[in-house]
Design a protein around this ligand. Structure first.
Ligand code: SUG
Length: 440
């Protein structure tokens, strides 16, 4: 067995972070639509979360923001001329498309791709499939640039396989690692991969959209060369989606042998746990931690983002640590549950709270902001070194953000062509720091 480490690649929040109200079914996004945002504070908060994990002794990576506005989308919508002409015309006749083009949503890197570590794949390579994010217009434009980023970071084809996104059709709707959980005895051991979908192909459902299909999940498992007996496909509870759990990671998080989830996360909890136990047989014993609705009602689980936490094995701690958003601490039922959880002598020994409020107001908690990549030493050595962070690099990124990002951004600013230049310069400075000028 290879020794491997879980590396978290967080999305660096981009300079156009704003509250567009673009995500149907994401209650926070709808609630805060049109509010003034604080891009500088948002990016600093995200970097502080990364610093917390660096200080805890973890390997921490970062993915740069994508170029915004996305002029390809605006040109596809028929706008032409200079950048300023395009923004001006779009602001007048297609403001919602312009908002989509400006979205900084690539910060939520849990949706960037689905990742299978080399211990799980038939060819022994570390596989990525960029998510097509086809359900939401503003997110559907991410994948070409995300693929390019992944290819630059994981260029060594002998060790890494980067697959482009699945077809952009509703039957293949895919939201990446937000609907995927990997469980294993140790990070480097062969594991069990759980894919959670909300919809079958051809199925149309009333209400909030189910953003992941069974076909998408199955296609990824095939492309990654996963061993069928070690893969579980489970249906997300319709009730959870209707209550605002637009991704499974809003009601479930897993790490190593532990699955932490809400009673109403899965359509059939008993069958899901049974399938996981069966897939894990001979490798590890599953430790399910199910939170009853009577203790944390589904609505509180979703508003507090209790489950959108990072569940981590930290050096020097014998039990897992849950890195939860401060909103969990501020929600009485979720907070009381966490207090009991750590006393219970189960697999989770500590809860630590982080402030990512700017992202949370768009429905993005600590778990949304990171893409987990289990990597061997050799894979870490083969990955682009410029994106692996230490505190000095975090300081440098924060200084750059403070110098180039706006403190306040209001919806009207998105119509200002000068803001596009400002964002370009801010991104250029970041790419230079990360030694990724090739992505300019
Ligand atoms: O896709 N919000 C994101 C939040 C993604 C959270 N990710 C995970 N759960 N893994 C989304 O709904 C809101 C953007 C806006 O309204 O401006 C947004 O895209």
């Amino acid at each position: 067995m290879n020794v491997a480490t879980e590396v978290n690649f967080d999305g660096l929040i981009g300079p156009s972070h704003n509250y567009g109200g673009l995500s149907d079914g994401n209650l926070a996004s709808a609630r805060n639509a049109g509010d003034v945002s604080n891009p500088r504070e948002a990016a600093v908060q995200g970097l502080e979360k990364m610093r917390t994990l660096v200080r805890a002794g973890l390997v921490q990576g970062v993915l740069p923001p994508l170029a915004r506005p996305n002029f390809d989308l605006l040109v596809a919508a028929g706008f032409a001329g200079s950048d300023a002409d395009i923004i001006d015309a779009a602001a007048r006749s297609a403001p919602r498309v312009l908002k989509a083009a400006w979205s900084a949503s690539s910060m939520w890197t849990a949706n960037a791709a689905t990742v299978s570590p080399s211990a799980d794949t038939a060819d022994g390579r570390l596989h990525f499939t960029a998510a097509n994010l086809s359900t939401m217009l503003h997110r559907s434009i991410e994948h070409p640039d995300t693929t390019a980023t992944l290819v630059s970071l994981f260029a060594d084809e002998e060790r890494f396989a980067v697959h482009g996104a699945l077809p952009a059709h509703a039957d293949f709707a895919d939201e990446g690692a937000a609907n995927h959980v990997r469980l294993a005895a140790e990070h480097g051991a062969p594991g069990v991969e759980l894919f959670v979908f909300g919809r079958d192909i051809g199925e149309t459902l009333a209400g909030f959209p189910a953003r992941q299909t069974r076909l998408a999940s199955e296609s990824i498992a095939r492309a990654h060369g996963l061993s069928a007996p070690r893969v579980v496909f489970a249906r997300q509870a319709r009730r959870a989606i209707e209550a605002g759990a637009f991704h499974n990671d809003v009601v479930c998080v897993g790490a190593l042998d532990t699955l932490f989830f809400h009673e109403h996360a899965f359509e059939n909890t008993a069958a899901t746990l049974e399938a996981l136990r069966h897939a894990a047989e001979g490798r590890f014993e599953l430790k399910p931690v199910m939170v009853p609705d009577a203790e944390v009602p589904l609505a509180d689980a979703i508003s507090s983002y209790l489950f959108n936490s990072q569940l981590l094995q930290l050096p020097g701690e014998d039990r897992l640590v849950l890195i939860a958003p401060t909103e969990t601490r501020d929600t009485p039922s979720a907070h009381a549950y966490c207090e009991r959880l750590v006393l219970a002598n189960g697999p989770i020994g500590r809860v630590q709270y982080v402030d990512v409020r700017q992202s949370m107001r768009n429905g993005g908690g600590p778990a949304c902001l990171r893409l987990r990549v289990v990597m061997t030493e050799a894979e870490i050595a083969a990955c682009h070194a410029g994106v692996l962070l230490d505190e000095e690099l975090i300081d440098e990124l924060q200084a750059s953000v403070r110098a180039t990002y706006r403190d306040r951004l209001s919806p009207a600013d998105l119509a200002d062509p000068a803001f596009a230049d400002e964002c370009r310069l801010a991104r250029e400075a970041i790419l230079e720091i990360l030694d990724l000028e090739s992505l300019l």
